[in-house]
Ligand binder design. Structure first.
Ligand code: NAP
Length: 483
């Protein structure tokens, strides 16, 4: 497979020399090169998006927007296999996960293509003869910053509603997955009916350009997916321009397993939920809270399921977990987990950095600890890798209190055959998503987002349009116009 270099795309043209290497995290091999931009490219992209918003007919052409989105989805479908392979090579995730991500992204583009033609407002008659028309209008220029862990779906769930709404955009992909994002966007950028400047993309190894998206008064909305720490910086940077903020931030998902659950059946599902994208998913299982009567069974089953996972290159069909995104991230996560081993009540599975054929890649096998104190820093922090903490509870109230003992509020899961309990606990958990007898099920048509420090706003689903639109009230007085 030949991998095209990734240049910036500004005002309908490719610019910049691709000079920085992008590496395969499974081997360290150079995959290709991308152009390294910054504030200059970001400013040019913002100018182009502003002009396109004000001068092209994009914002007022819902059928054109649908056509462009549908054609993009069809073009991606035609190359779904090679895109999934590139995603695995640049990000490291196993091929089955990459294929699933590409399929979900195509489905999501199609979903927002439909919504491009369904952006209804409403009309009221608050007093006789008075017409109050409420219109949903595009917000303007949207800045979109996406991380590397799911670079297809995290881009599409922001770009889809932004374009459907009639916004023009500036996209800043993560440096680690710039080549993949360039391949994903290529058919959209090449669309003959896409006006120049509607979609602009710049790459950068740092974040000076991304920062400008937050501070610029010419950017009307920013959609950031990344860590809570950077989300707070963006919120501060955006304050002066008071732009619309969509922040999809960190998580620390708890999985509550009640006494009636089949531990041997649940444990492998929790192991998979914790190690999806090598534990580098915002909604990955991080804490397993089990009823005290089943603690010993869960210790054995979970350590067994995690220990049995085959770790290897994502392109190898036998692999169930690939490498982390790069060696620097792997070393940082491994050091954090090593400190947790020292502090935890019990180490149930000690992950290692494999040697031999895997020595050149960013691999780290899964780890599991048992700990009683939910205030411990390694329980409270989001450790972005294959690391799981097991805790025990005596009753439902303690389970909910423990699960809610976190500053995050992205997602959680409840495992029980008792339907009434499942619903009761789901309502008591302070999370944007709660799964019952499942984990990590994310759908194009269903809103996702965080309570508390997991973020602001929702992506996926109809409500994602709220982040990229404004509501306008047009009041018309009673009586004939002009009399
Ligand atoms: P990150 O460290 O926050 O970085 C995200 C992006 O922001 C990077 O491109 C980064 O560039 C850039 N950035 C850093 N400082 C910035 C600033 N001051 N202004 C603007 N941009 C700035 O996150 P990550 O490690 O890439 O991704 C992992 C995090 O994303 C985890 O916390 C995970 O939970 C979260 N996430 C959340 C969701 C969700 O839906 N809630 C989904 C996926 C991931 P640099 O590389 O130069 O720092």
């Amino acid at each position: 497979m030949s991998i095209r270099p990734a240049q910036h795309w500004i005002d309908g043209a490719a610019v910049g020399d691709a000079t920085l290497p992008s590496l395969d995290p499974a081997s360290g091999a150079v995959l290709g090169a991308f152009a390294d931009g910054g504030a200059v490219e970001s400013a040019a992209a913002i100018d182009a998006a502003r002009r396109a918003f004000e001068r092209s007919d994009w914002a007022a052409a819902p059928r054109l927007r649908q056509r462009v989105l549908l054609d993009w989805a069809a073009a991606l479908q035609a190359q779904a296999g090679s895109l999934a392979e590139l995603l695995t090579r640049e990000n490291g995730k196993v091929l089955a996960q990459a294929r699933g991500e590409i399929a979900a992204s195509i489905s999501e583009i199609e979903y927002y293509a439909g919504l491009a033609r369904h952006l209804p407002g409403h009309v009221l008659e608050p007093e006789p003869g008075v017409l109050s028309t409420v219109l949903r209008e595009p917000a303007g220029v949207a800045g979109i910053i996406v991380p590397w862990n799911a670079p297809a779906v995290l881009l599409v769930r922001a770009l889809g509603p932004a374009l459907a709404a009639g916004c023009t955009v500036v996209v800043k992909p993560a440096a680690q997955t710039t080549l993949f994002n360039a391949a994903l966007l290529a058919p959209l950028l090449a669309h003959p009916q896409l006006p120049a400047g509607v979609v602009n993309v710049f790459g950068e190894a740092g974040h000076a350009g991304a920062s400008l998206l937050a501070t610029s008064h010419d950017v009307d909305a920013i959609c950031f997916t990344g860590s809570t720490a950077v989300g707070k910086t963006i919120m501060r940077d955006a304050a002066d321009s008071m732009k619309k903020l969509s922040l999809e931030l960190g998580g620390n998902s708890a999985c509550l397993v009640f006494e009636d659950a089949d531990i041997d059946a649940v444990a492998p599902q929790l192991a998979a939920a914790a190690t999806i994208i090598s534990g580098q998913q915002c909604t990955a299982a991080r804490r397993v809270l089990v009823h005290a009567s089943r603690l010993d069974a869960m210790k054995r089953a979970l350590a067994g399921a995690l220990g049995a996972l085959r770790v290897g290159p994502g392109l190898d069909p036998a692999s169930q977990m690939g490498p982390l995104i790069d060696v620097a991230a792997r070393d940082q996560v491994a050091a954090r987990i090593a400190r947790a081993f020292d502090a935890a009540d019990e180490v149930l599975l000690r992950g290692t950095t494999p040697g031999g054929a895997l020595a050149g890649g960013a691999f780290l096998t899964p780890s599991l600890v048992f700990h009683r104190d939910s205030a411990a820093d390694f329980v409270q922090e989001e450790i972005f890798g294959p690391f799981l903490v097991l805790e025990a509870f005596e009753d439902e109230a303690e389970a909910v209190a423990r699960a809610n003992h976190t500053v995050f509020g992205l997602s959680a899961s409840v495992w029980t055959h008792d339907g009434a309990r499942a619903q009761r606990v789901a309502r008591a958990l302070r999370n944007g998503t709660v799964w019952i007898n499942a984990h990590n099920r994310l759908l194009p048509e269903v809103e996702t987002g965080g309570y508390r420090q997991s973020g602001l706003g929702r992506l996926h689903g109809y409500d994602a349009l709220a982040d990229f639109t404004e509501l306008k009230h047009v009041y018309q007085a009673p009586g004939m116009v002009g009399r």
